[in-house]
Design a protein around this ligand. Structure first.
Ligand code: TEU
Ligand code: CA
Length: 546
């Protein structure tokens, strides 16, 4: 029978359709473009894809503002294009996960248009509405992730509505069972079209505190970057009042019950939270809620061996059987090549980070282009498209730099982004010149390219069951070297990564007898001398007990 738990340790490849491939020359990526490039994803060795939103949307947040949960935006194509994509993916052995943006809709969704029309229409309570304070100010101190108050005054209804993001992304009221039922119906729509799972946007934001209590000032959690703390000094809207947390878990159980009616399906939740690791553990324990979840602990700038050790140690202590998804980049953060590697990313660091990601306990998620080692693109202010970046400029240069078109063909002006000769318009974001030499067609021809390293690493990983299914036992923290053992039954694989630009030596675990470097992972840069591993800068190794 097909592997019921393909997701458990499977490699997910995140596709941001707007920037992946443009099939009709309008400068915007689309579903047919994705379909045409799925063989590249299969050749990489991924087990499934996560497609960012392609639903009907005013595109204020590029699809994360949905105005029809059950249709494809014409910009991306049609439902028929989506069916063709799923069919092609399945023919290539790829699972298809799609984004679900349930916590908020677009303000142009018919539900919100009706809800805001009065205080007593059938949908009046489908969103989070509240009266102003006696002095006209918002009901509490909640802030939007995108800056400013989380409350927007509506002149017609003469009340405030809550939004965790843009004012054009009104928050749905999950305390209303009709909202939950309607959203579960939209999730079912795509299951019936054959999707294999979902990435759940802001899976920890569904419920707000119904009592609308002020958030207390948040202590500065470790790893929190200033931009996030500056925007939201009071922590996330409802999380500070755990009264609403159990309701969130109940909704996740309702989602799971629905998915369990469709064999081999899965959900990965996105957790943006002051204590993301605890949420990931909580939401993925018990086998009755999310299958997996990701948080932002490896999506920031910190990447020292001690820091990564602390993240893994914390999660293993919390996990209790939970299952993380580990991403190093996504469409919301600076690409890790630049975030961790700086302006001239060290190619060895890129290999080391990929090898580390592929050996962690959990399911790895590769963001499109990271397998090519793409650095963050530099976007001029006048070319910015992301409202978050425009409002936060220059503290936070926005999210466009990780969203420029994929470079398929070095010789083409638009690097092969648009498939047709007669291109009717330029790409929606400028292609990055720095990406030309890294284009997929160039790297496919270079045996020692990063692309071929990823292909080799993922192929090798498929044969290493301890990396996919095994336990993780951390070795003591070390200033340069991150090391842990992945074990399954009698098989043990020691994974060693020197996250420093100096040579590092590392002693084999005392309990180990003979050991040998595992060949053919592609990871190099370390040698075994007796019982000591000598790692070059940014070098690492997989070692097997023999
Ligand atoms: O991002 C959620 C999000 O932005 C927060 O989790 C925040 O970034 C994080 O907690 C800060 O560390 C999702 C989508 O990925 C993003 O593209 C959308 O803009 C957003 O939700 C609204 O749908
Ligand atoms: Ca297009």
């Amino acid at each position: 029978a097909a592997n019921n738990n393909w997701w458990r340790g499977g490699v997910i490849y995140q596709i941001y359709p707007r920037s992946f491939a443009d099939s009709n020359g309008d400068g915007i990526g689309d579903l047919a473009g994705v379909t045409a490039r799925l063989d590249y994803v299969a050749q990489l060795g991924a087990d499934g894809i996560w497609l960012s939103p392609f639903f009907k949307s005013p595109m204020k947040d590029f699809g994360y503002d949905v105005s029809d949960y059950c249709d494809v935006d014409p910009m991306f194509g049609t439902l028929a294009d989506f069916r063709a994509l799923v069919e092609r993916a399945h023919a290539l052995g790829l699972k298809v996960m799609i984004d679900q943006v349930l916590s908020h809709s677009a303000d142009q969704h018919p539900w919100f248009v009706e809800s805001r029309s009065s205080k007593d229409n059938p949908k009046a309570d489908w969103y989070v509405w509240a009266d102003a304070k006696s002095d006209g100010t918002p009901p509490n101190n909640w802030l939007s992730i995108f800056g400013g108050s989380a409350w927007q005054w509506d002149t017609r209804r003469c009340q405030y509505y809550m939004h965790n993001f843009l004012t054009s992304q009104p928050d749905l009221n999950f305390h209303n069972p009709e909202v939950q039922d309607a959203l579960l119906g939209t999730v079912k729509f795509w299951l019936d079209l054959g999707v294999d799972g979902y990435r759940l946007d802001t899976a920890n934001f569904y419920f707000h505190d119904a009592k609308l209590r002020d958030n207390p000032p948040r202590g500065r959690p470790t790893g929190e970057d200033p931009a996030v703390n500056a925007v939201n000094p009071y922590g996330w809207q409802w999380h500070k009042h755990d009264k609403s947390q159990p309701e969130n878990l109940v909704f996740l159980q309702r989602l799971r019950t629905l998915l369990d009616e469709y064999p081999n399906t899965t959900m990965v939740g996105e957790i943006g939270d002051d204590d993301g690791l605890a949420r990931v553990a909580e939401y993925t324990q018990g086998g009755d809620k999310l299958h997996m979840a990701y948080c932002f602990d490896l999506l920031g700038s910190a990447h020292s061996a001690p820091y990564i050790h602390s993240v893994l140690e914390r999660f293993e202590q919390l996990a209790g059987g939970g299952w993380p998804c580990w991403a190093l980049s996504n469409h919301d953060v600076t690409r890790f090549a630049t975030r961790w590697g700086g302006d001239t990313p060290n190619p060895q660091l890129l290999r080391l980070a990929a090898a580390m990601q592929m050996s962690l306990r959990g399911s790895p998620c590769i963001y499109q282009g990271d397998e090519l080692g793409l650095p963050e693109a530099v976007i001029a202010f006048e070319d910015l498209q992301d409202p978050y970046g425009i409002t936060m400029w220059p503290e936070f240069k926005g999210r466009d730099g990780c969203r420029t078109p994929m470079p398929w063909q070095a010789s083409a002006d638009d690097l092969g982004f648009s498939a047709v000769d007669v291109v009717t318009s330029k790409p929606w974001l400028p292609v990055a010149h720095a990406h030309q030499s890294l284009a997929a067609d160039v790297q496919a021809q270079q045996p020692d390219s990063l692309l071929n390293f990823y292909r080799q690493l993922l192929a090798w990983r498929k044969q290493q069951s301890p990396l996919i299914n095994g336990r993780l036992q951390l070795l003591p923290s070390h200033p340069q070297v991150l090391a842990f053992v992945r074990s399954e039954g009698a098989q043990q694989i020691l994974c060693v990564f020197n996250f420093s630009d100096a040579e590092a030596t590392f002693a084999l675990p005392a309990a180990w007898g003979e050991a040998a470097l595992l060949p053919s992972s592609g990871l190099d840069g370390a040698g075994l001398q007796g019982r000591t591993l000598v790692c070059k800068p940014w070098g690492g190794a997989f070692v097997a007990a023999v």
